[in-house]
Design a protein around this ligand. Sequence first.
Ligand code: NDP
Ligand code: 8X3
Length: 254
Amino acid sequence: MSKKKIVLVTGATSGIGEGCAKRFAQGEYRVIITGRNREKLENLKTSLEADGTDVLTLAFDVRDREAARKAVESIPDDWKDIDVLINNAGLARGLEPEYKGDFDDWDQMIDTNIKGLLTMTRLIVPSMVSRNSGHIINIGSVAGDAAYAGGNVYCATKAAVKAITDGLRIDVADTRLRVTNIKPGLVETNFSNVRFHGDTQRADNVYRGIKPLTGDDIADVAFYAASAPEHVQIAEVLVLATHQASGTVIHREK
Ligand code: NDP
Ligand code: 8X3
């Protein structure tokens, strides 16, 4: 049986999650990639395997607790001892004032960013606790530090990620598990296309006049946290583009 470590990444079909899958594969991990889009998962598997990585795909929606449970139960025995869980699957929907928000958008953000993350944590962390080994990396956001105009529910979900991450870190403080919250600022991925329901012009405008972060930049931070010596717990990291100072202060070249 391989002694390589195992990482499970949720939302590995795009952006930060895809970057994490690739970075950990380069770092000699065996990689479990999960997401809703089976075809994208298979394409990523093919490309990672071509570089010599062992890959397992699990297609499910993190909002569907039963599907998540079945997917985790289906993991073969020699893949079950997951070393690193990266709770990345998430999204923003809309940028409306709270009093004009869309109920379905709110449900989708809360069900994915909070409840989906909790589901995966609940399904995978008990085995880490019983092995007294493991690392949970949650992808929060600068949006969880302070609300911004139109960010209402999205910001609330990322503030929840912070509280949930801090709570887990407290609950496993008597173990060797480590718990990390990575809080990116502007990262150019499919995020804004999803937020603006496919309005690519509006999405492109988010990154106008600034060199944003990439999914690979965030993956490097996740890999660093996972690679730190065992006594070092990277608890929380705020990662911003150089010309972004906070959620709302962004210097843009004309
Ligand atoms: P992308 O849209 O590029 O990727 C999001 C990923 O999450 C996709 O793989 C998507 O898969 C998956 N996903 C969404 N909903 C579900 C679901 N219900 N079940 C399973 N998978 C799902 O965006 P990012 O890479 O930017 O986003 C990743 C994380 O980073 C999110 O949590 C986001 O909030 C956070 N973040 C992003 C920032 C940014 O500026 N981009 C900044 C700070 C944080 P599918 O193909 O199925 O939709
Ligand atoms: C994504 C970053 O600033 O668009 O979490 O909310 S932001």
